[in-house]
Design a protein around this ligand. Structure first.
Ligand SMILES: Nc1ncnc2c1ncn2[C@@H]1O[C@H](COP(=O)(O)OP(=O)(O)OP(=O)(O)O)[C@@H](O)[C@H]1O
Ligand SMILES: O=C(O)c1ccc[n+]([C@@H]2O[C@H](COP(=O)([O-])O)[C@@H](O)[C@H]2O)c1
Length: 213
């Protein structure tokens, strides 16, 4: 019997999307033999409001994803009010996929280290595997509650629909949206950290350029 291919998601604020996100998602797709949905958060739960509104961040993502079909935009979080909790997103995906298909929540190592502060975080493991993407920079040690919970769940590969934690080693790219916003705020033009398509329509970058005025 053939095993169903995993579906993976990379959620994010994407304020703005950059090559760190895109390359991480691409390498995860290859490592897991999965399709990947890029899921922008309308209202990210644990950070100040984004610089660009959800429509603007989605427009940049759409431009960034042009020309390939392995990384697919999924806008389901835009349709929900309130904080964009990942547990709700995974539950809605699980309802669509049925109980058997492997579902993988991709998170950078920095985001994973904060997982035990997420809404209903233990429930995430009943809905999906967690794929932890290596990310440059230190400070990604796990707090004791999270380490205790995941220590028996670590695996080399995803097997079955949900429940394990898999490290996915990717090319380290020290690119962060914070530094891109800082570049714009200083009047810079952070080309080559983001896809060139994001620079094609000047209106898309206007909220970031406005930081520098
Ligand atoms: N360069 C990168 N390498 C690996 N994972 C990344 C990278 N950049 C972002 N991620 C992961 O992608 C997800 C979404 O990230 P997010 O949209 O918050 O981008 P960010 O660059 O971390 O933003 P900010 O600097 O505003 O915090 C998170 O799980 C994050 O850990
Ligand atoms: O569900 C939560 O409580 C939760 C808390 C913090 C972050 N998240 C999700 O994690 C992803 C990365 O978040 P961020 O803030 O690093 O862009 C994004 O999809 C968020 O919605 C989710």
């Amino acid at each position: 019997m053939s095993h169903p291919r995993p579906l993976a998601i990379l959620g994010g604020t994407f304020d703005p999307v950059h090559h760190g996100h895109l390359r991480a998602a691409w390498e995860a797709a290859e490592a897991l033999d999965a399709d990947v949905r890029m899921v922008p958060a309308r209202t990210p739960p644990h950070r100040p409001p984004p610089i660009a509104d959800a429509a603007g961040r989605v427009a940049l993502l759409r431009a960034a994803l042009e020309g390939q079909d392995r990384l697919v935009l999924d806008t389901r979080e835009l349709e929900r009010d309130g904080p964009s909790y990942t547990v709700d997103t995974l539950a809605s995906l699980r309802a669509e996929l049925g109980p058997e298909r492997p579902l993988v929540l991709l998170v950078g190592a920095d985001a994973f280290a904060g997982l035990s502060a997420w809404h209903l975080w233990r429930d995430l493991f009943g809905l999906a595997h967690i794929g932890v993407l290596t990310r440059p920079g230190g400070g990604h040690a796990l707090p004791a509650d999270l380490e205790a919970f995941v220590s028996g769940r670590r695996a080399d590969r995803v097997h079955g629909p949900a429940g394990s934690v898999v490290d996915i080693a990717i090319t380290p790219l020290d690119i962060a949206a914070t530094a891109i916003r800082e570049s714009f705020a200083g009047g810079g033009e952070p080309r080559y950290l983001m896809p060139s398509a994001c620079f094609d329509d000047p209106a898309l970058l206007e909220p970031y350029r406005a930081l520098g005025r």
